[in-house]
Design a protein around this ligand. Structure first.
Ligand code: ATP
Ligand code: ZN
Length: 292
C-alpha cells in the first residue's frame, strides 16, 4: 500500500491550532485513548493508535474545510458554525468551550429592551448571527463588523452596543459594559462533512462511541460507602447505579459495603440523604470511562 492509500483510509479531523479550544480538543482525544504523535507547530499530525489525522487550523476556517472535505470532521464552537452557515452537520456537543454570544451596552445606559437597539450602531465579529437576531426581533440597527477587541468599541465612541462572546462577564465589566441579551449559548461541537464515505462514517462511529463514554464518565462519579445492614434498604433506594448498586458484606458483622454511580447534577443532594440515612465512610472517585 502506498502512503496515499494509507492516508485516504484515515479519518481527517480539524481542530483549532492555538487558542481557547486547542487544549481541550487534544485532551478529549487523549481521554478517547488517541495520542497525537508530532508537535502542534506542524499543519498536521498523525494519531499513533487510531486511523486519524489531525489538522491544526484557525477555528474560523474549520467549517469551510469540513464542507470541502479537506477535513472529514472538526471540533469547533457552535458560534462559528452558525456564523459561517456552511453545509455541514453538527453531530455531537463536546462539553467544553462553553460561552454565550451576548449583547451589551454601556453600564450607565438605561436599557429597556431590544427596542433600545433601534437605529443604534452595534459592533461585532458575528454579523450573520446578529443580523438574523435583529431581523427576528424586527429591529433596524447598523451592524459594524470588527474582527477583534469588540469590547472597547463603545468606550472609544465607535458603537452604541456590542455583540460578543462572554464567559464570566469580567471583560464586559472591565470595559464599563452591561450584558443585556443572550443571543446564543455555545459550546464546542463535532461537525462532519455531509457526504462521508461509509468507511469514514464507520471510523467516526468508533470515535463517537469513545467520546460519548468520556462525556458520560465526566458527568458521573463512583461512590463507595459503608452501611449498617438494618439501613441497607433505605440507602439502596437512594442510589440509582448503572443497573442496581453492588452490595458486599464487610468483615465486621452487620455491615455492608455499597458501590454505585451517581450523576454530578444530583450528587450533593444524594450524599446528604445518604448520610442522614446512616451511611458512613463515603468515598467518591472519578470515573475514567463509562460504557453502557
Ligand atoms: P483563531 O486564531 O483560531 O481564529 P480566535 O481568536 O478566533 O482563534 P479564541 O479566542 O481562541 O478564538 O476562541 C475560540 C472559541 O472558543 C470561540 O469561537 C468560542 O467558541 C470559544 N470560547 C469559549 N469561551 C470564550 C470566551 N470567553 N471568549 C471567546 N471565545 C470563547
Ligand atoms: Zn477565530
Amino acid at each position: 500500500m502506498t502512503q496515499t492509500d494509507q492516508n485516504s483510509g484515515k479519518l481527517k479531523l480539524a481542530i483549532q491550532k492555538s487558542g481557547r479550544l486547542h487544549d481541550d480538543s487534544i485532551r478529549l482525544l487523549k481521554e478517547c485513548g488517541i495520542d497525537i504523535s508530532n508537535g502542534v507547530n506542524k499543519l498536521k499530525a498523525e494519531a499513533s493508535n487510531f486511523p486519524l489525522e489531525v489538522y491544526f487550523l484557525r477555528d474560523d476556517d474549520i467549517p469551510q474545510y469540513v464542507e470541502d472535505a479537506v477535513a472529514d470532521i472538526g471540533f469547533v464552537g457552535e458560534n462559528v458554525v452558525y456564523e459561517k452557515k456552511k453545509k455541514i452537520d453538527v453531530v455531537e456537543k463536546l462539553g467544553f468551550g462553553k460561552c454565550r454570544l451576548s449583547l451589551a451596552v454601556r453600564r450607565n445606559e438605561e436599557y429597556t429592551g431590544v427596542q433600545f437597539l433601534s437605529g443604534k450602531k452595534i459592533a461585532t465579529s458575528y454579523p450573520v448571527i446578529l443580523s438574523d437576531f435583529l431581523k427576528e426581533k424586527g429591529i433596524a440597527a447598523e451592524i459594524h463588523e470588527i474582527s477583534g477587541s469588540v469590547e472597547i468599541a463603545p468606550g472609544i465612541g465607535l458603537a452604541d452596543a456590542i455583540c460578543d462572546l462572554v464567559s464570566s462577564g469580567s471583560t464586559l465589566f472591565m470595559n464599563g459594559l452591561q450584558e443585556t441579551e443572550t443571543i446564543l449559548q455555545s459550546q464546542a461541537v463535532l461537525v462532519k462533512n455531509k457526504n462521508l464515505a461509509p468507511a469514514k462514517q464507520q471510523l467516526l462511529n468508533r470515535l463517537l462511541f469513545r467520546i460519548q463514554s468520556v462525556k458520560k464518565a465526566r458527568n458521573n462519579k463512583y461512590i463507595l460507602l459503608n452501611a449498617p445492614n438494618d439501613k441497607l434498604a433505605e440507602i439502596i433506594s437512594l442510589l440509582p447505579g448503572m443497573k442496581s448498586p453492588t452490595v458486599l458484606p464487610l468483615a465486621e458483622e452487620g455491615w455492608s459495603s455499597v458501590h454505585s454511580v451517581l450523576n454530578e447534577n444530583d450528587f450533593w443532594d444524594i450524599i446528604e440523604q445518604l448520610k442522614a440515612a446512616g451511611a458512613q465512610g463515603i468515598l467518591v472517585v472519578p470515573i475514567e470511562k463509562m460504557i453502557v
